[in-house]
Design a protein around this ligand. Structure first.
Ligand SMILES: Nc1ncnc2c1ncn2[C@@H]1O[C@H](COP(=O)(O)OP(=O)(O)O)[C@@H](O)[C@H]1O
Ligand SMILES: [Mg+2]
Length: 316
């Protein structure tokens, strides 16, 4: 094997992880059972949070459990000397905007950290512009700087296919891809790369970049949310911000969703978040207009039907 062209050093002075859920291999006792690894890593807490915080996504949640099971068994094999080297854990997360890819990637980073596959468990999210320079000689240092930041965690490359522009022969994206490929191969024991974006574009990207495709061990597909799931996501988000729908407002929001889904640039849960943010603005202006009235907790936390109905989405 060729020596790595690019070896990204870990940042100096990093301590080994000590938080609860640090790698099982840190503990004196050698894990012998699945239960040992689960107790040491406490990844079940992450599963519980995933189930509690994220509406729907059943196939994604199941895939994450399957991957975790593989890693737990891997740990046990390692303890018995059956496993020689780190498995490849690079992944692709495909789906439309707002389907939870970034959110799930953060949880994945936590799981990988708790199982001892990465030292720190942080997520560095980037796009093409963070990796590729404008001029000759700028791309390698930019990409290496990002890789250095991501070492010990997960590098999440959003819309990864923009790195590859075959129509432009001298595109610097190719240089970034080559560096990434090296590091994905040689430093996979300390860095997991997740490529994210639309499914069809990612498929095309993989077809043109077999080197990248062959390094991706897990492909997760994020489906669009149903109307009912979007409604539940809205409830969950409002609850998290100490707001609630007044009688009738929830139904208006349901109507809002039906209209909004049919419009261009609908972005699943992100559109829900944006719609709620605008409804909160309207609620605030409504309350603001009545200066002398003492506002109750109910006033301050409740979104009325009119706060939703005033949206542009209801025009005509
Ligand atoms: N299943 C879900 N349940 C609750 N909130 C969600 C869910 N999926 C996404 N969100 C929220 O929607 C927003 C967009 O999600 P994000 O992970 O950034 O999507 P993507 O990366 O696919 O564009 C975030 O605020 C996130 O917390
Ligand atoms: Mg995202």
């Amino acid at each position: 094997m060729n020596p790595p062209l690019y070896a990204v050093p870990a940042a100096a002075g990093e301590a080994a992880p000590t938080e609860p859920g640090a790698p099982a291999t840190d503990t004196a006792a050698i894990p012998r059972s699945v239960g040992d690894v689960l107790r040491n890593s406490q990844i079940e807490t992450v599963f519980d949070e995933l189930d509690r915080d994220l509406v729907g996504l059943a196939p994604v949640k199941q895939r994450i459990r399957d991957i975790a099971a593989l890693l737990v068994i891997d740990r046990l094999r390692l303890a018995l000397g059956l496993q020689a080297h780190a498995p490849s854990l690079h992944m692709s997360f495909t789906g439309n905007p707002g389907t939870g890819k970034t959110t799930v990637a953060m949880r994945m980073a936590q799981i990988l950290h708790r199982l001892g596959y990465v030292r720190k468990g942080h997520l560095v999210a980037v796009t093409r512009d963070d990796l590729v320079g404008q001029y000759i000689g700028h791309t390698a240092p930019k990409t290496k700087e990002v890789l250095k930041k991501a070492m010990g965690g997960v590098l999440f490359i959003d819309e990864a296919y923009y790195l590859y522009k075959p129509e432009n022969e001298r595109d610097y994206g190719q240089e970034a891809i080559e560096i990434l490929l090296q590091v994905m191969e040689n430093q996979r024991d300390d860095l997991v790369v997740i490529l994210a974006g639309y499914k069809d574009r990612m498929d095309t990207f993989f077809r043109s970049n077999p080197g990248m495709s062959s390094r991706i061990a897990h492909h997760l597909d994020f489906p669009d949310y149903s109307h009912g799931e979007l409604q539940q996501i809205a409830d969950r988000m409002l609850d998290g911000m100490s707001y609630r729908f007044a009688d009738g407002a929830r139904e208006v929001f349901g109507e809002y969703l039906t209209r909004r889904i049919a419009q261009p640039h609908f972005a699943n849960a992100r559109s829900v978040r944006n719609a709620l943010d605008r409804a909160r603005l309207r609620q605030a202006s409504r309350l603001f207009a009545d200066r002398e009235r003492a506002l109750t907790q109910g006033d301050l936390t409740t979104l009325l039907p009119e706060d939703i109905r005033a949206s542009r989405v209801f025009a005509n």
